[in-house]
Design a protein around this ligand. Structure first.
Ligand code: BTN
Length: 242
């Protein structure tokens, strides 16, 4: 595999996009020990101290429609959850669409970025940040964030975790590319999903409502039963649940 390692960089997503512009092959992985401008979703920043966590971004050039790219993020979420479960024994689960949590607290975030025309993808970058050996979190986020170390009570080497995530992703992604939907991983994803059968708040731009979650469909949309009895498929690209 083509790996670009950075002791320190702005953001591995930014670096992977640069590699994408320069024509680097699909499968190239940008990894950093530290980011000084780590990016989260919705314009937030991602704290990226040196020496203990995983910051990595995978460059892909999938032959799919740009509108199908959000599903790749769910494929990665499934892969990270599986890899962490198998490598650490922690009960890592998925919070739709793409957070990995343990005991309700966030272990990992995923940020996907894409360069595309209307009907053609130039490249996709899937950025993964995993809290590995953080011994504690700032007070403001301590109730929402956790690390593998805090959950397991021991430290972990990062390289084997990265290898395990890539291995799981290769398998899950080939299932995805075979059908261009999530039918191959849907059941496994729903098994690891939190809040199934429970009430969630759906936060859509401009409106917010309570509904009963029943897991994803093969497009990766979250199926929810609203209080008026109707079922809605919530699109992963533009909403979150809590
Ligand atoms: C989120 O908000 O949950 C997404 C966080 C994604 C963080 C990772 S760390 C590696 C990659 N580079 C970035 O700048 N962001 C992603």
């Amino acid at each position: 595999r083509n790996v670009s390692y950075f002791h320190e960089t702005d953001s591995t997503n930014t670096q992977a996009k640069k590699l994408g512009e320069e024509g680097a092959p699909a499968g190239t992985l940008a990894v950093a020990d530290r980011q000084n401008a780590g990016k989260g979703r919705r314009g937030r920043s991602w704290e990226s101290p040196p020496g203990r966590d995983i910051y990595m971004s995978l460059l892909l050039r999938p032959d799919i429609r740009p509108s199908d790219a959000p599903m790749l993020t769910l494929v990665m979420a499934q892969s990270v959850a599986e890899a962490l479960r198998e490598q650490t024994g922690i009960d890592a689960r998925i919070k739709w669409p793409n957070d990995i949590v343990a005991g309700g607290k966030k272990l990992c975030g995923i940020l996907t970025e894409m360069s595309a025309e209307i009907d053609y993808i130039n490249y996709v970058v899937i950025g993964v940040g995993i809290n590995v050996n953080q011994p504690s979190f700032p007070e403001e986020i301590a109730d929402r964030a956790t690390s593998l170390m805090l959950e397991a009570g021991r430290t972990f080497l990062r390289a084997p975790l990265i290898a395990a995530v890539m291995e799981r992703f290769e398998e899950n992604c080939s299932l995805f590319l075979g059908t261009r939907d999530l039918s191959g991983i849907q059941a496994a994803y729903n098994d690891l999903l939190v809040n199934v059968g429970e009430k969630v708040r759906v936060l859509e731009p401009g409106h917010e409502y309570s509904a009963l979650s029943s897991g994803i469909n093969k497009k990766g949309e979250l199926l929810v039963q609203k209080e008026d009895g109707t079922t809605e498929a919530v699109f992963a690209g533009e909403v979150s649940v809590r």
